[in-house]
Design a protein around this ligand. Sequence first.
Ligand code: PGA
Length: 272
Amino acid sequence: MQIVLCDDADHAAREAAKWVQALLVQKKRPVLGLATGTTPICLYQQLIRLYQQKQISFASCTTFNLDEYFDIAPEHPQSYRSFMQHQLFNHVDIDRQNTHLPVCFDGQNPRRVGLEYEQRIAAAGGIDLQILGIGSNGHIGFNEPTSSLASRTRLKTLTAQTLSDNSRLFVPGEIQPTMAMTMGIATIMDARYVLLIATGKAKAEAVRQMVCGPVSAYCPASILQMHEHAIVVLDKDAASLIAEQQYLRVAEKENQRMIEMYGLQFIADREV
Ligand code: PGA
């Protein structure tokens, strides 16, 4: 794992945006995996700013979101499609046809939707860079603790912890979905690069288990220890329970020096 230590959430968003920028600039037809939730909003604001400054374009970019609530229409204000439209897509030059979410509603068969989502990702050439948040229970996407580490896009039931963490986003009386379609852990691991962002004290224990704990389905994010190119961008609070703080700071300085010398070496060796 390459751990990038940042002062605060804004700093983390700027660091994460550098990776997305490198992808968009370096690849002709970039395939970007996107996440919803509160954490990536700062990143999307950075990307919109870079787009407005004409430093990046999404014109040839294809996107796949990690997850979508089950049995919710894309037009519903609580859908992740709506979230993406509001937070990013409406503000940049992306072609809506090239943006994908695992939408499953109106009697569609979740197994078929999952299979087709996997096929669409493969047909696009696979995901170059997958953005991830982390749940306070260690989930990535909606792969809750005990999810198979070999899982593919499918329907998952959300844990009480996740429902409670996300309840802040629903007004009293509004129905909060309890199930979601989510990329599986194996789907996420297939991405050439993964970029996980975590900020705030509430994520510190999950981050500790992801980085220092055993690889376990009980902390799905811990599988990223097995990823060849996992970048983990943390603010001070989220990183606070990781042992080896001194080492992380030294390694981070060296990493920054290498990036200054060689740029962000984004494209995987096998593509060069
Ligand atoms: P959050 O969610 O960014 O809203 O904390 C992260 C996640 O559940 O992956």
